[in-house]
Write a protein that binds this ligand. Structure first.
Ligand SMILES: Nc1ncnc2c1ncn2[C@@H]1O[C@H](COP(=O)(O)OP(=O)(O)OP(=O)(O)O)[C@@H](O)[C@H]1O
Ligand SMILES: [Mg+2]
Length: 470
């Protein structure tokens, strides 16, 4: 090869190696940049978004109005009281650049211009087996004197919805320890029942009996908007030590701000959801759904939502199913939440919008009657007005048949009661009525139950069949 040729070859290979080095360099630089970018992205996503705090400009009733805050509906904010103390509030609405907030605690000491600092997404509550036997407030803080709560897990207050198609069917009965319910209004695991009753006819006693004697694994009691005195009474007298051992009580009495009462119902439900997802059959007792709706109404009205149905703004009826739908059977491998919600209704008041809405979304209703309570008949369950919509799914045919016979016999006497009372009915005229009349005292005795008497499911069914043999 000539000298020229050698030079050319050398030149080409030098140029090639130079290009390779440049490509390698560029590759290395790009990799370095990519690594740096990843590092910064990770740091940014690990950080909370920039907090833009604002100030309090107005307070009307319990509604706080703030400007300059960047927060979304449902977010929590800390509002300063003096230089050291903060109270918690939640964004419940907005108008233009003005945010409406509701405090979860007492708003004493708030001043114009107070700092409003966003705290991020909605509230969460502690959950875990450590909660059993404890009494909590609506934020999940213990209010008993058993020391701090050592739960390491937290659950979102808002919960998450279970895909309706993924839910297990309701096909197993739940023993509630009350004869009349077990036999004639059998409750299924995952059922949502309304306990419709006027004031003072034995709701708390009945809920206490159910909590003590039920076959459920865990009981979560939500006492929403009742008198403060009743909370202690319910825990000491109705639940007792026996019921308390496997119960969690969430108490938000009437003197707390409406948002706290709403949170009380949500906290009780979130705790029930936790145990359900651990595979437990949970019984959620909520007293009362009416007070929950009233708290929702207070919030909605104060932020300017117009009332629609008998003083209740439309959002109340939208939130009711959102709460109730969180109970029910879990998906495969999970347990269930059987829920009993008390609904206050005076007599046959069909106009009560809450009772009407609740009736439509619940899977059954147990009606307590003042007439029965006044005559000393306890539990004052009006068996004719009560129904369990899942009974046929969770009971066998012989029990269903016995329940039908019981109802027919009972109804025959009740519908002829006036005739019989005024002496207008002569025995022998209707043999079926004669038979029903003769066994009626037995049926009534069957429906009564002392508050310290436990009647398990199996025994209830046997006693039902026995009293129909007469
Ligand atoms: N099974 C029962 N046996 C005997 N008495 C009962 C029974 N259930 C309820 N009572 C009586 O009824 C009274 C009222 O009961 P309870 O406090 O449970 O009513 P309530 O519906 O919860 O009232 P409120 O609406 O005020 O909360 C009790 O003090 C008790 O005397
Ligand atoms: Mg009560």
């Amino acid at each position: 090869m000539s000298n020229h040729g050698l030079l050319l070859l050398f030149g080409i290979s030098w140029a090639e190696s130079g290009k390779k080095t440049m490509r390698r360099d560029r590759g290395a630089v790009a990799a370095q940049w990519a690594a740096k970018l990843r590092e910064h992205t990770a740091r940014l996503t690990g950080q909370r978004a920039l907090q833009v705090e604002g100030k309090l400009v107005r307070m009307v009733g319990l509604t706080l109005e703030a400007v300059g805050v960047r927060a979304a509906v449902g977010d929590r904010c800390a509002v300063s009281v003096g230089s050291q103390r903060f109270i918690e509030a939640e964004v419940v609405g907005f108008a233009g650049d003005r945010l409406y907030l509701m405090p979860t605690g007492r708003p004493d000491g708030l001043q114009p211009g107070a700092r409003v600092i966003p705290q991020g997404q909605g509230a969460d509550v502690p959950v875990g087996v450590e909660l059993l036997g404890r009494v909590l407030d609506g934020s999940g803080r213990p209010i008993d004197d058993l020391g701090p709560l050592r739960a390491s897990t937290r659950a979102s207050l808002a919960g998450f919805s279970v895909n309706p198609l993924a839910r297990q069917p309701i096909d197993e009965p739940l023993d509630v320890g009350v004869r009349a319910i077990n036999s004639l209004l059998t409750v299924g695991k995952g059922q949502r029942v309304g306990l419709f009753a006027p004031a003072g006819v034995g709701k708390s006693v009945l809920l206490g009996m159910i909590a003590r004697y039920t076959g459920a694994d865990v009981i979560v009691v939500g006492l929403v908007g009742e008198r403060g005195r009743e909370v202690k009474e319910f825990i000491e007298h109705n639940l007792g030590q026996e019921g308390m051992a496997r119960s969690v009580v969430v108490a938000t009495p009437a003197d707390l701000p409406p948002l706290m009462r709403v949170h009380g119902a949500a906290t009780a439900t979130a705790i029930a959801e936790y145990f359900r997802d651990q595979g437990k059959d949970v019984l959620l007792l909520m007293d009362s759904l009416t007070r929950y709706c009233q708290a929702q109404r207070e919030i909605a009205l104060t932020i300017g939502e117009p009332p629609a149905t008998r003083g209740f703004p439309p959002s109340v009826f939208a939130r009711l199913p959102q709460l109730v739908e969180r109970a029910g059977p879990g998906s495969h491998g999970h347990g269930s939440i059987t829920a009993i919600y008390t609904v206050l209704c005076e007599g046959e008041d069909a106009d009560d919008p809450i009772a009407e809405a609740a009736r439509a979304i619940l899977d059954g209703h147990i009606v307590l009657s003042r007439r029965l309570a006044e005559s000393g008949h306890f539990p004052a369950i009006d068996i004719e007005a009560s129904i369990s919509r899942v009974m046929h799914q969770v009971t066998a045919e012989p029990q269903l048949q016995a329940a039908r016979n019981f109802r027919q016999s009972f109804h025959l006497v009740e519908s002829n009661r006036d005739l019989v009372n005024v002496g207008a009915y002569r025995s022998g005229t209707n043999p079926e009525l004669d038979r029903a009349l003769s066994r009626h005292p037995l049926l009534q005795a069957f429906l009564r139950q002392g508050m310290h008497e436990d009647v398990p499911l199996q025994l209830s069914v046997e006693q039902l069949q026995a009293c129909l043999q007469v």
